[in-house]
Design a protein around this ligand. Sequence first.
Ligand code: CMP
Length: 139
Amino acid sequence: MAVERTLSIIKPDAVEKNHIGAVLALIEAAGLEIKAMRMVHLSRPQAEGFYAVHRERPFFGELVEFMTRGPVVISCLEGEGAIAKYRGVMGATDPAKAEDGTIRKLYGSNIGENACHGSDAPETAAFEVGYFFPGYELG
Ligand code: CMP
């Protein structure tokens, strides 16, 4: 399997509840390597640009409001099959449907406040990693 990079965001709900360390521990326990990391309070334009693909969705306003309400922890993860692997670590988008032991099951509240984001495909991973980490910041 190919070595991939994927983007992770620990969302404001999980940061507010002091779950940064617990989420990072699950990421590392899965064998994913953290290649770069930033803690940022996203501006509205930053959040809107990141989620531009969802601009027409009915929940877009709510999503941007939530993602800008407090700091997030953004990281670039690397490993074999990292995109699918991290999606497995996160669990289903809706925490109520996520498997036991996943980040969203443990720390998510509902489909909007679901503790974390991860890229869903190689194309989106390339866009998302580049959005927050210009190449020179990556080892
Ligand atoms: P994320 O992986 O960050 O990608 C887009 C986000 O939109 C998703 O996680 C959810 O948090 C959010 N989302 C998806 N569906 C809904 C919904 N029905 N209501 C509110 N937020 C949603």
